[in-house]
Write a protein that binds this ligand. Structure first.
Ligand SMILES: Nc1nc2c(ncn2[C@@H]2O[C@H](COP(=O)(O)OP(=O)(O)OP(=O)(O)O)[C@@H](O)[C@H]2O)c(=O)[nH]1
Ligand SMILES: [Mg+2]
Length: 304
């Protein structure tokens, strides 16, 4: 709890230590969590996702610079749900983000899943809470890849940016993972390349065909050249518009509510799982044909 005070006072090492606690799922987390609670709810959490190489890290860096120019403080949380270790991609990101290394208004951290159950989906909301409570105006939550776990992680954001690049055929890839449905803003990056206009047309057509309710937010499309910071100011403006719309319409509150519902359920399920003990003995009985899986589930939950 002292650690929480230090972190809120802007002590970068204290923030980092809190995040390590969260990441490792250490005991004492509940106490930390409750100390954070009175201070959360002010940060704008912006998720950034898209296929590998589309320009997420470059965009994150450009957004960070532009937000700093507006006088806002920024935390960047790079999350890699698919690999248990922070690999090369994140290393490369460190190099890209180096321009912000000496700026006390910017905090950068990467998280990998460390292989434990429920790992990142459980750790991400806590980590966001830490950064929110520490007073960062904007938290940029960057994921690697577009799989199911990325959708889960990015679902923690108030505003979701989905990055595409011309000619990568990733529109369709992303659609499979369900990421298009959760986009609030489509960012067509690498607009300096051929095919950007075609990608925008495809997106417009897709949005027009979409099944979202008429009162819902209509996903915006912004084109950028992240390497030259082109379109970044437009992107910031759209991010703000979305945030304003979301708080006015009640969408933000609804999202936050659903997020906490999922978080509580996940924590509760962990507890139940702990109390259940192993199912292996019952599994053997099922395999041997002595009982069926329904009966096994009954036996397993008998003591709950
Ligand atoms: N031409 C062009 N290249 C870009 C643009 N934005 C990023 N790049 C380049 O694309 C490459 C990948 O960019 P990253 O920002 O690392 O992409 P990423 O999505 O973070 O990649 P992963 O983390 O590996 O998934 C780099 O070489 C960038 O310099 C752009 O707007 N135009
Ligand atoms: Mg990256």
């Amino acid at each position: 709890v002292q650690l929480v005070d230090a972190a809120r006072g802007g002590d970068t090492r204290a923030i980092a230590r809190l995040l390590t606690l969260v990441e490792s799922g250490a005991a004492g987390l509940a106490q930390v969590s409750s100390a954070l609670m009175p201070h959360v709810g002010n940060a704008h959490i912006v998720g950034i996702t898209g296929a590998p190489g589309v320009g997420k890290s470059t965009t994150t860096s450009a957004l960070t610079r532009a937000l700093r120019d507006q006088g806002k403080t920024v935390a960047v949380l790079a999350v890699d749900p698919s690999s248990p270790f922070s690999g090369g991609a994140l290393l490369g990101d460190r190099v890209r983000m180096q321009g912000h290394a000496t700026d006390p208004g910017v905090f950068i951290r990467s998280m990998a899943s460390r292989g434990h159950l429920g790992g990142l989906s459980a750790a991400t909301p806590q980590a966001l809470r830490v950064l929110d409570a520490c007073g960062f105006d904007v938290v940029l939550l960057e994921t690697v890849g577009v799989g199911q776990s990325e959708v889960e992680v990015i679902g923690q954001a108030d505003t979701v940016l989905v990055l595409l690049a011309p000619g990568m055929g990733d529109g369709i890839q992303a659609a499979k993972a369900g990421i298009l449905e959760i986009a609030d803003v489509f960012v067509v990056n690498k607009a300096d390349r051929d095919g950007a206009a075609a990608t925008i047309r495809e997106l417009r057509a897709m949005i027009a065909l979409g099944t979202r309710a008429p009162t819902a937010w209509k996903p915006a499309i912004v084109s950028t050249v992240a390497t030259k910071a082109e379109g970044i100011d437009d992107l910031l403006a759209v991010m703000d518009q979305h945030r304003d719309w979301a708080s006015r319409s009640g969408d933000l509150e609804q999202r936050r509510l659903q997020r906490v519902v999922r978080e509580i359920e996940a924590l509760a399920i962990d507890r139940v799982r702990e109390r259940l003990g192993g199912a292996e003995e019952h599994a053997r009985a099922v395999l041997a044909g002595r009982i069926d899986p329904y009966r096994a589930a009954e036996l397993l939950t008998y003591s709950l």
